[in-house]
Design a protein around this ligand. Structure first.
Ligand code: FE2
Ligand code: FE2
Length: 166
């Protein structure tokens, strides 16, 4: 644990640990979302992304190894907050709204992951850690695809929901 960051390497080490926590927490969060989801299509998208997310954990661990650093996690409060808010909203929602709540949370999560990886890739390149930048880019590409799938499903679910009201 760093008390202060004095070099770009220390800051990058911390951010890599935070990304590790982020991905580990998302694997767990997806477990409960798969249970809560109603639509088969949504369940499938969540399952697929859970298995990709396990790969993201592996890529970050590999990044630590390739830098010669111990695998060490650091806090990631943003995902905890998204998880907490999502769970609270699911509890308050009628069953017919649960998939919409899940998909909004999924898009928020993917946007956060994308921002994290975009920042980290800039710093990995600047520090000359090209192999690490490559590993992070693999994660980033899957987050972008997951965001696109969640966006498409959210549109379908929202449109079907408003048709029922008409
Ligand atoms: Fe991820
Ligand atoms: Fe993701």
């Amino acid at each position: 644990m760093f008390e202060r960051f004095n070099t770009p390497e220390e800051l990058f080490n911390w951010k890599l640990g935070s990304a590790l926590t982020m991905e580990r927490d998302i694997v767990e969060m997806l477990d409960s979302l798969i249970e809560e989801a109603h639509g088969d299509g949504l369940k499938q998208v969540l399952r697929t992304h859970q298995s990709e997310t396990r790969g993201h954990v592996g890529n970050i661990e590999e990044a630590f190894h390739s830098l010669g650093w111990d695998v060490d996690d650091s806090p990631c409060p943003v995902i905890e907050a998204i998880d907490k808010e999502g769970k609270a909203n699911i509890r308050k929602s009628d069953e017919s709204l649960v998939d919409s709540v899940i998909l909004s949370g999924a898009m928020e999560t993917e946007h956060h992951e994308i921002a994290v990886y975009e920042g980290m890739i800039i710093h990995a390149r600047a520090l000359g850690h090209d192999a690490v930048a490559q590993l992070l880019r693999r994660n980033l590409e899957e987050e972008e695809q997951a965001l696109q799938k969640a966006r498409t499903l959210a549109e379908q679910v929202a449109t079907a929901g408003s048709r029922q009201l008409a």
